[in-house]
Design a protein around this ligand. Structure first.
Ligand code: AHG
Ligand code: MN
Ligand code: MN
Length: 334
């Protein structure tokens, strides 16, 4: 079988669609190289002294794990010097990270969740890295937070690396979704799935059901109906999966369909959901839409939301189109 490397794919994609100029290709290659380094650290576990908590909190008030910090550092260092970026922002840093003056600046902005699924690190369950790429606004001199606050539709690339039994990179640059598997011996990303499409219907859903008592009526109604199975209004049985790593749940949905939900709930009106718009929901929504699925916050398409802050949260319903449309529809009924 002919092996197509990530580099070959990016170059061919540029020839075909003119969507990956060389600076963007460099950016994607640097991020994917950083993910190889993170994958290596992840796989060492206790042998690499990377497990457990650090003694710090991030801007969201979450205790950071050692791997949250290590992965953040790996991504920052890898992306600082290449000249392809104007600035970076991360779940693990309160404000954005400008490119130091000693390096040239490029025209792209990179956002990332360096380590997604932190609660799974210490129990050897799948985790990942999520990233989103935007273009800096025309004529930008010194980057500001405002420059990052662009709707998800403006992303020029989005992807994630999943550190599971295999390490994979899933990427979109706006012309479908492709998956690359890390060949550890060769150190290269090899394309293993091309133009992935999500089935519009599914019999599988993902939600943290321990929050059920806090859900709002539309979510309660939707999940109730799924739970009733064949005897209920849906007339078929549904199965449930919850990995507690968005990357792993999304990866399953990309491969065999499903709906993933992290709704807003009645607990804290200042927290519309748990997941962060700019470096979790937006990149995942672009990938899901590019694979033929849908992504909504219950009221609107996630990619259309005008962001107001780097770390803002958003309710998320994404995956198989018909299910996302149904639960979104339930929010419209009063
Ligand atoms: P992170 O580890 O980057 O903070 O993200 C964790 C997120 C997401 O990956 C996952 O779907 C969700 O939190 C799990 O939430 P619960 O702890 O409520 O299961
Ligand atoms: Mn996350
Ligand atoms: Mn994280």
């Amino acid at each position: 079988m002919k092996r197509i490397s990530l580099t070959q794919h990016l170059i061919e994609e540029q020839r075909l669609h003119n969507t990956i100029p060389s600076e963007l290709r460099l950016l994607i290659e640097v991020v994917s190289r950083a993910c190889k380094t993170i994958s290596h650290s992840v796989s060492k576990g206790a042998l690499g002294d990377v497990l457990g908590a650090a003694s710090t909190e991030n801007v969201q008030g979450e205790i950071q794990k050692k791997l949250d910090i290590i992965s953040n550092e790996i991504l920052l260092q890898a992306n600082e010097w290449g000249g392809h970026l104007a600035a970076m922002a991360s779940e693990e840093m309160e404000s954005f990270h400008p490119i130091p003056n000693r390096y040239p600046k490029g025209e792209y902005l990179l956002l990332f969740d360096p380590l997604d699924g932190s609660s799974n690190i210490d129990v050897n369950v799948t985790i990942g890295t999520i990233f989103s790429v935007l273009k800096a606004p025309e004529g930008m001199q010194e980057p500001s937070e405002q420059d990052f606050l662009q709707a998800g539709t403006k992303q020029v690339a989005a992807g994630y690396a999943v550190y599971g039994p295999q390490t994979m990179l899933v990427l979109t640059t706006g012309n479908g979704v492709n998956c690359f598997t890390l060949d550890r011996e060769m150190g290269s990303w090899v394309m293993t799935q091309r133009d992935i499409k999500i089935p519009a219907d599914t019999a599988e859903y993902a939600i943290n059901a321990s929050n059920a008592r806090h859900w709002f009526p539309p979510v309660r109604r939707y999940v109730d109906e799924l739970e009733q199975g064949k005897a209920g209004p849906r007339g078929k049985n549904f199965n449930m999966r919850w990995i507690a790593s968005m990357v792993a749940d999304v990866h399953r949905i990309l491969n065999r369909g499903g709906i993933f939900m992290y709704p807003a709930d009645a607990r804290d009106p200042d927290k519309p959901g748990k997941l962060r718009l700019m470096y979790e929901a937006n990149p995942m929504s672009l990938i899901i839409e590019q694979a033929g699925g849908a992504a909504s916050d219950g009221h609107q398409r996630i990619l259309s939301i005008q962001p107001t802050g780097l770390h803002q949260r958003v309710a998320v319903f994404l995956g198989s189109k018909n299910e996302v449309e149904r639960v979104t529809g339930y929010h419209q009924v009063t």
